[in-house]
Design a protein around this ligand. Structure first.
Ligand code: ZN
Length: 122
């Protein structure tokens, strides 16, 4: 009997595991997790993978820059190169993301002006 073997990958508490290695050894740590404090490009990418919304609820996740700006998930994805460069070189050019948080109060993205916060029920 010929069977296709597909290596299973799954994510648990922010780390990535494979069927091959088992649960004792993560394939990649810091894979998918919202970081309140973002210190590296890896923290940033894990936070992007974790999605644009907090769970439970429908609150947006916003990214906070060192100059007090707020960036939406879409802008952070689009400007990943600039942001990663600014984090790595500790530039204060407006792109240096230092953290992410749930946006409870209505606010706008500093870059594209998108409205952030809880979406109104229709
Ligand atoms: Zn934006």
């Amino acid at each position: 009997m010929n069977r296709h073997h597909i290596v299973g990958l799954w994510e648990f508490e922010g780390d990535l595991y494979s069927e091959k290695l088992g649960l004792s050894v993560p394939l990649r740590t810091n894979f998918k997790r919202h970081h309140r404090h973002i210190k590296t490009g890896l923290d940033l990418r894990a936070s992007i993978r974790a999605g644009a919304f907090a769970w439970p609820g429908r609150y947006d996740i916003g990214f906070i820059t060192d100059d007090g700006g707020l960036l939406c998930h879409g802008c952070v994805k689009a400007e990943l190169y600039n942001i990663t460069h600014s984090i790595r070189n500790e530039c204060s050019d407006g792109w240096r993301v230092i953290g992410s948080d749930v946006i409870h109060e209505h606010d706008n993205c500093s870059h594209c002006n998108k409205s952030l916060g809880l979406e109104e029920e229709e």
